[in-house]
Design a protein around this ligand. Sequence first.
Ligand code: UDP
Ligand code: MG
Length: 311
Amino acid sequence: MKISLIVPCYNEENNIEPFYNESEKVFCKSGYELEYVFVNDGSCDLTAKNLKKLCNENNSNFRIISFARNFGKEAAIYAGLSYASGDYICIIDADLQQRPEYALQMANILDKEPDIDCVGAYPEKRKEFFVKALFKNVFYKLINLVSETPFKHGVSDFRMFRTNVKDAILQMKEYHRFSKGIFAWVGFENKYIPYKVMERKSGKTKWSFIKLCKYAINGITDYSAKPLYLSSVLGGLFATGGFAYYIVALVIFLMKKGYSPNALICATVFFVGGVVLGCIGITGAYLVKMYFQVKQRPIYITKEIIEKEKE
Ligand code: UDP
Ligand code: MG
């Protein structure tokens, strides 16, 4: 049985070798054969060099796909899936925050439970800035409220699945990719296990708060059109409210001459203006997605591909 480990790498120069060593240690007596699918996502440190060195000095199955620039983790996952040839496919980070022991546990579950197609992992506890944790909570509540696709709270991209899931995901060629949604959308039988998030082996996270917010907005607009309807609902409410307000203002004006509702009018104009601009923004977010999809640009551009089979 062969397992493909898809490892997206962006500036992970010091994590490549420890990741490989740890994975070998965990899987050496397991009976599984490993295939390493490293995707170098336009790193500007020594990641590319260290990946080549690893490949030259070790006898394992390697696929190293180097991108022409940084296309993001989602593109790296997609590229990894296209090159993975294993019976089970696992998406795992390079920084050892997700221990390979859990990957072995996932493989054992797939072996023992033929009805399960995908085993996902969710973090037991993660030391995070409370605002970030709060935003994540709000995100899952919101996306489950507006989307028809169910999202399991907190499930990470750390998963192992069979080739049927891989083939389904490769059919989804959307430009703006959101893996959590893609996995939820394709369905299949899923099982979830908890995992302990370790400290990053080396380097720092690539996800700033702003990047996470953009990612969340992308996820919501990818899996729900409800925000678009919200614009119409708000528009209707404000039009009705505005009409009622002017009737009331007119009646007051006729009854008590000299009544000047300027401040109220000013506030209303600002408020309604803001809502209108917000709604245009929501429409714009969807339009941008269509714009990029219509262009049919590739999800990633490869610079180099290295393939080596175990002897
Ligand atoms: N990553 C990537 N491209 C990017 C950002 C991140 O391939 O543009 C990889 C990164 O090298 C790591 C994984 O995605 O292997 C997860 O990134 P990170 O550890 O920064 O995320 P966190 O664990 O902090 O959520
Ligand atoms: Mg990490």
